[in-house]
Ligand binder design. Structure first.
Ligand SMILES: *Cc1c(COP(=O)(O)O)cnc(C)c1O
Length: 393
């Protein structure tokens, strides 16, 4: 066994001064380049708003991939619409034949997800498919804040697109609603209040401290952190009646959807981070980490990467790995102290079990290894060693 202490590896990016460093290469394109933009508090709230803008209402149907985050469904139900699950192929590309077979006059919107930061290859075909049938296209860029495909930034093929900022940036809440085609002025947002603003800023600092990221700034911030608990109690007590909890549902990793967040603007902290952080550096760092992990896993028993090579212009959310025995791998990694990114491990309970065998398989077998920009070199190499041990028979 190794004798070094188990590092506390953050599962998602935490705040550090490096967040503001520039990248070295050409500026990357992202969802922020698509067109009009609204900063909301989560990806699921952005889905709800997009469906509302597309006129989805009671009796309508929304096509959703059979491999999904359960958080994608409550916004559909909030509109009074019915989710209809469609099949994927083993490489996570959408099965347009299956979609065509499920269409009926009540179908209003097709939701397409770019899994783990790998853009769907056939977006122009999917766009043409939707145009020919008069249905709306919602691009789910929750895993794909950065990237381009077929000459457009991700999110620009859809009528609307959404992103989940927390998955890429060191922030505690945040979602984006964008549209290249439509005016977003009808999406009116207002501040969620100073208690919310304060909580979000403090929560981000706290997470950073927990992983030892702030270095010299620590001493200066020690007192405010000590005062945090007292501040919390005060903030909660002062919160006006009828306002939602202090943080949106996505921040505490539940799948709930609280419509009271639909008209709330994302925090000042999250908006500044989203605009100021260098997406070029984030993409370069995530791509480099991805390539490192891929090279280390080559030839390993116990499973295989979900995707082959990283396409140009793609920025991974996490490293998706198809495990032969995900249960066992997960247990071994957790025991070793390696954080595992879970996606689509739980599916919407109302989905017909036989809807898509491929999705069932992906749901059972895919685990994500962190590859985010705030992983330090020694953390990455430590993690790669532990993954290698966990995969050994
Ligand atoms: C996380 C996620 C969402 C929802 O984003 P939140 O910010 O957590 O609300 C939507 N779609 C997919 C594919 C996701 O993984």
């Amino acid at each position: 066994m190794h004798s070094s202490a188990v590092p506390s590896i953050p599962i998602s990016p935490v705040l550090s001064l490096a967040a503001f460093r520039r990248g070295s290469g050409a500026r990357v394109r992202s969802v922020l380049d698509v067109g009009q933009l609204r900063y909301v508090t989560s990806g699921r709230i952005a889905i709800g708003l997009a469906l509302r803008e597309m006129g989805v209402g009671p009796g309508d149907k929304v096509l959703v991939p059979a491999w999904h985050s359960p958080s994608m469904i409550p916004p559909v139900l909030w509109r009074g619409a019915q989710p209809v699950f469609y099949r994927l192929r083993a490489d996570t590309s959408v099965d347009l034949d299956d979609i065509a077979a499920r269409l009926d006059p009540a179908t209003k919107v097709l939701v397409v997800t770019h899994y783990f930061g790998f853009p769907q290859a056939g977006m122009s075909t999917i766009r043409a498919f939707c145009d020919a049938r008069g249905i709306g296209l919602l691009e789910d860029c929750a895993h794909c804040l950065i990237g381009e495909q077929q000459g457009r930034p991700v999110g620009a093929w859809g009528d609307y697109a959404i992103a989940s900022s927390m998955k890429f940036l060191p922030i505690y809440e945040g979602g984006l609603l964008v549209s290249q085609r439509y005016d977003l002025r009808s999406v009116e947002l207002r501040s969620a209040g100073w208690a919310f603003e304060t909580k979000i800023a403090l929560a981000s600092l706290e997470k950073s401290f927990a992983h030892g990221r702030m270095g010299a700034a620590r001493a200066a911030l020690w007192l405010p952190m000590k005062a945090r608990d007292a501040a919390w109690r005060l903030l909660k007590a002062r919160r006006p009646a009828g306002t939602p909890g202090l943080s949106p549902d996505s921040s505490d990793s539940s799948f709930d959807f609280d419509p009271r967040w639909l008209d709330k603007r994302s925090s000042w902290f999250a908006r500044v981070m989203t605009r100021r952080a260098s997406l070029t550096r984030i993409a370069e760092s995530r791509r480099a980490n991805y390539v490192r992990i891929e090279a280390a896993l080559r030839g390993q028993p116990g499973g295989h990467p979900l995707h082959g090579a990283l396409p140009a212009g793609a920025c991974p959310w996490a490293f998706p790995f198809v495990a032969d025995d995900a249960e066992r791998l997960c247990e071994r990694l957790r025991a070793a102290g390696v954080p595992v990114v879970g996606f689509g491990r739980k599916l919407w309970p109302g989905m017909d079990g036989g809807a898509c065998a491929v999705s069932e398989d992906l749901s059972r077998r895919v685990l994500g290894f962190p590859c985010h920009q705030e992983l330090r070199e020694q953390e990455l190499s430590w993690m790669i060693d532990r993954i290698g041990e966990a995969l050994a028979p």
